[in-house]
Ligand binder design. Structure first.
Ligand code: GRF
Length: 199
C-alpha cells in the first residue's frame, strides 16, 4: 500500500514506523509544511521522495495542489505523524477512512483546536486525571474526532513535569502507531459510527 507521511517536526513516530518493517507498507512520500523539518531529512535518508508545501497550500482554497500531488503519486493511505496543519475537507473525503493520526492523549478528552505539543500534557496534568496515553484514530472532518483505532494508557504521576509525561506517552506512541498501521493495512476492520472493530 502506497503511503504518504505528513509531518511538521522531528519525525520520531515516522522513524518508529520505518523501524517496524510493517508488511505491505510502502512509504512513498514524506510531506511537510516546513521545509527544514527533520522528518523530511529522515525521508531522504531512507530513499523516500519528499516534498515541502507552503502552509498556504494546505488551505481549503488551494486544496487541489496537495490532493493532485497525492493522486499523481498513487498514494492510497495517509499517515499524519506530528502534522500541525488541518487536512482539507476534499482530501478527507477523497481518502475517507484512509487517513490515520496519532495524538498524545486519550481522546475524546484533550483534543481539538489548540491541543497540540506541550499544551496537551499541560492540560492533562491540570485536570488531575491519573491516566494519559496515545490514541491512534482515523481522521474525519472534525479535529481529533474520527473513529479510534488503538489507545493505551500510561500513569500520570504526582511529580510529573509536562516533559516527563510527554516522554512516557511518546514511548508508547512509537509502539502502538506501528501496531495500528499494521492493523489498518493488513487486518480486516468494520467501522460503525465512531467505533472500530478489527476482525
Ligand atoms: C507526537 O507526540 C504525536 O502524538 C503528535 O505530534 C508529536 C510528533 O512527534 N501528533 P514526532 O515528530 O513523531 O517525534
Amino acid at each position: 500500500m502506497k503511503i504518504a507521511v505528513f509531518g511538521s517536526g522531528r519525525g520520531s513516530n515516522f522513524e518508529a514506523l520505518l523501524r517496524a518493517k510493517i508488511p505491505n507498507a510502502d512509504f512513498s512520500l514524506v510531506i511537510s509544511n516546513k521545509k527544514d523539518a527533520r522528518i523530511l531529512e529522515l525521508g531522504s535518508e531512507n530513499g523516500i521522495k519528499t516534498k515541502a508545501f507552503k502552509s498556504s497550500e494546505f488551505s481549503e482554497e488551494n486544496e487541489n495542489i496537495v490532493l493532485d500531488f497525492l493522486l499523481e503519486n498513487g498514494i492510497e493511505l495517509i499517515v499524519l505523524a506530528g502534522f500541525l496543519r488541518k487536512i482539507s475537507a476534499t482530501i478527507i473525503q477523497k481518502y475517507s477512512n484512509k487517513i490515520i493520526n496519532i495524538h498524545p492523549a486519550l481522546l475524546p478528552s484533550f483534543g481539538g483546536i489548540g491541543m497540540y505539543g506541550k499544551y496537551i500534557h499541560e492540560a492533562v496534568l491540570k485536570s488531575g486525571t491519573q491516566f494519559s496515553g496515545p490514541t491512534v484514530h482515523f481522521v474525519n472532518e472534525n479535529y481529533d474526532e474520527g473513529p479510534i483505532i488503538l489507545q493505551e494508557t500510561v500513569p500520570v504521576l504526582f511529580e510529573d513535569s509536562t516533559d516527563d509525561l510527554a516522554k512516557r506517552v511518546l514511548e508508547v506512541e512509537h509502539r502502538i502507531f506501528a501496531k495500528a498501521l499494521d492493523l489498518v493495512i493488513n487486518g480486516k476492520f468494520e467501522i460503525k459510527g465512531k467505533r472500530v472493530k478489527f476482525c
